[in-house]
Design a protein. Sequence first.
Length: 177
Amino acid sequence: MRIALRDRVIQLFDYIPETGDFIHKPREQSAFKLKCLWVKFNKTFAGKIAGKTNSEGYRSLSIDNTDYLAHRVAWLVMHGALPESSIDHINGVRTDNRIENLRLATTAENGRNQRRPVTNTSGRIGVSWHKQKQKWHSQIVFNGKKRTLGYFADFDMAAEARHKAERLYGFHENHGS
């Protein structure tokens, strides 16, 4: 008989909602063919934070040889089912899996709560220097369409135009931070 994923997670880990961490529970000897593996697991892992950070910066857990994103597993533990939509890390920190930092979001809503890209050189998302015009260019992408908000001699004016557009289009207050 196959055990439900939520039950298996609860069997293997303790989830700490206040920190977002999953902690390895000690394993029973019956879970291992050899006593030495049981002792080694409990000495090495029991009581320690489970999972790893993947190449995209999210925490993941290996459960019965399948990797799961930790924020989706946290949602499963706390709400009883894996979410059908995306989960947004409200503060933009991909490893922060505290339940209070997670919310259901559409792909578009999740995109309106992105961190500032590391390639951004102006310090403000959606504002860049237009070399040919020698002005600050302010733009925003909404519903897949890029909208120019204007060209400004002053950086602060360009940033304010972008900020107003973010409020108009319902971007999250953490967007671009």
